[in-house]
Design a protein around this ligand. Structure first.
Ligand SMILES: [Mn+2]
Length: 353
């Protein structure tokens, strides 16, 4: 933790900072927390850039067009893309706060990951960012942002201390820190709205950060003008999810331990749909895929004996153009269309062996 604390302490007004963050709910909340911390120091980042995981190769060129001297990576397993880090290090100093499985130990970066101390801990990036910057300044007004990020990343069991603080600070909103209860709370709803707005493709992750940035009290959020934009996107996605739910049985293909479901929608709802199917088939590996130029896979496993990130990575070995990553219970992959069949067959082999 010392490395990142020192990095943050050393930030000066004249620094040109870019925040690169994961384009999901946890990444969005992490970015907002970091921006609020910098704002307190009187520092405005030059730019914020959201990225999928793995991050796009074009990121390096994009960053090179700015005279940046410090980059902050949030909620991105960038240690798996060492070449990108090495290239950027030629120009800038780098700090990384991440919570994904650690794959590689990077040199000359300020790095924090809760798994450095306990390999199986599950703390979201929002949790980590809040904890870290709270050591340097009072962040209490933004505790709700951390909580929305924690919920957005789903598993709350290792984040209970912040949820308990939240229960004291927002007694009307948080009555219990139990997983199901907290997901049903107003903050859970906010997390759903953020994720849906992102999935609708109507708003970028950067725009969502901007909307949330202006909110002083979370209770006021529903009254702000821009929030209507978020709500409309949310409603659209909810309707589409209902539609898919109604037709699910026709759509899924079960092959012993694994379920495939092809999605045909303009929305980015692979993640939500895979969670939905997994709730109905908790013992099986669930693979939801969307075919575009690449095939985008969202995978789930609630079966503790089957680590879905490892399974995807092993199947990805059929071709080096396939990328895969994620956690034990939720993971993703990106497969060029021409290798999809190979990848799929390999998956079936691995899971049903
Ligand atoms: Mn994330």
């Amino acid at each position: 933790m010392k490395q990142v604390i020192n990095f943050l302490k050393n930030i000066k007004r004249r620094d040109h900072i870019i925040i690169v963050f994961h384009n999901d709910g946890d990444g969005i909340c992490s970015c907002l927390l970091m921006k609020k911390y910098l704002e307190k120091k009187g520092v405005e980042p030059q730019f914020i850039i959201s990225q999928p995981m793995p991050v796009l190769k074009s990121l390096v060129d994009k960053i090179k067009t700015f005279d940046t001297n410090k980059i902050i990576f949030l909620d991105l397993a960038i240690d798996q893309q060492e070449d990108i880090v090495k290239e950027l290090q030629k120009y800038t100093k780098i700090m990384i706060i991440d919570h994904h499985k650690i794959v590689k130990k990077l040199k000359n970066v300020a790095y924090y990951n809760p798994r450095m101390y306990r390999a199986d801990v599950y703390q979201s990036a929002s949790y980590c960012v809040y904890k870290i910057v709270s050591k340097l300044t009072d962040m209490k007004n933004y505790l709700w942002v951390a909580i929305v990020g924690i919920i957005s990343d789903f598993d709350v069991k290792d984040s209970l201390d912040l949820l308990e603080d939240g229960k004291r600070q927002y007694p009307d909103t948080i009555k219990s820190t139990k997983q199901e209860e907290i997901h049903k709370s107003f903050f859970g709803k906010l997390s759903d709205i953020i994720n849906a707005a992102k999935a609708s493709n109507r708003l970028t992750a950067e725009e969502i950060v901007k909307i949330l940035e202006d909110v002083k009290d979370p209770k006021d959020i529903t009254y702000t003008n821009k929030f209507i934009k978020l709500m409309n996107a949310y409603q659209e996605v909810e309707d589409e999810l209902e539609n898919i739910k109604a037709n699910m049985r026709k759509k899924i293909e079960i092959n012993k331990n694994i379920i495939f479901c092809e999605l045909d929608t303009k929305y980015n709802i692979g993640s939500a749909v895979s969670t939905l199917i997994s709730k109905n088939y908790p013992k099986k590996i669930v693979i939801v895929y969307q075919k575009r130029k690449n095939v985008k896979v969202n995978a789930r496993s609630q079966n503790k004996k089957m680590n879905v990130a490892t399974i995807l990575r092993n199947a990805a070995a059929v071709n080096k153009k396939i990328s895969a990553g994620g956690h034990e219970a939720a993971a993703g992959a990106l497969i060029p269309l021409e290798y999809w069949e190979d990848f799929k067959n390999k998956l079936i082999k691995i899971v049903n062996k």
